[in-house]
Design a protein around this ligand. Structure first.
Ligand code: AMP
Length: 214
């Protein structure tokens, strides 16, 4: 969890590879649907471009389908879901049905000034969804992904007005989840305003520590 620009995608992708887990990003799946002009993509596009949440029923169905795929059985990192209390309840029901559960919720804690600076310079890869930053994490070749050679682009929702809206939505709808998961004893907060590698190491430390406890 964390506001837009906290580094959820960057951290979740690396962590999933390191821990051998499936990486399930609702934002990535939605963007793939928009790019392929599927029915779901057509329904989601307007909301995404305005910085609003896509309706719960659409996203929850998508998550349920994804979690039912075989690679999720080995464990998964959810990135960008749940985004409100209703989605958290739906997730709990889905996981119960699949005889799975949430081990940890990592909240990436970062101030809004840092987030705005990160999002307004963010570049994403059309091929593999890797993220870069025009100043802080530039690709080796301009506008080309180091990982897959795909073209980099600025996300439609990383424009200034949309960033503001996304932050408002985060404050109003997503931030109450912090208390929700704290009460469930699942929450781990990590300061995410610094170097991504330090953040990653901190997350690994927390997760490994808690894994030993389990
Ligand atoms: P993200 O890549 O996580 O920043 O998500 C980009 C956009 O996709 C969000 O601003 C929403 O419009 C939509 N989205 C992603 N995840 C969700 C979700 N769990 N619920 C509703 N909308 C979502």
């Amino acid at each position: 969890m964390g506001p837009p620009g906290a580094g959820k995608g960057t951290q979740a992708k690396t962590l999933a590879v390191k821990l051998g887990l499936a990486h399930i990003s609702t934002g990535d799946i939605l963007r793939q649907n928009v790019a392929k002009a599927t029915q779901l993509g057509a329904q989601a596009k307007e909301y995404m471009n305005k910085g609003l949440l896509v309706p719960d029923e659409l996203v929850t169905k998508m998550v349920k389908d994804r979690l039912s795929q075989p690679d999720a059985a080995k464990g998964f990192i959810l990135d960008g879901y749940p985004r409100n209390l209703k989605q958290a309840e739906s997730l709990e029901a889905i996981l119960k049905e699949l005889a799975m559960g949430i081990d940890f919720v990592i909240d990436l804690d970062v101030d809004e000034k840092t987030v705005i600076e990160r999002l307004s310079g963010r570049l994403a890869c059309k091929g593999c969804n890797a993220n870069y930053h025009i100043k802080n994490m530039p690709p080796k070749k301009p506008m080309i992904c180091d990982n897959c050679g795909g073209a980099l682009y600025q996300r439609q929702d990383d424009k200034e007005e949309t960033i503001k809206k996304r932050l408002e939505v985060y404050r109003a709808e997503s931030s109450p989840l912090i208390e929700h998961f704290r009460k469930e004893n699942k929450l781990q907060q990590v300061f995410a305003g610094g170097d991504p590698e330090i953040v990653l190491n901190k997350i690994i430390e927390l997760v490994s520590h808690d894994c030993h406890k389990v």
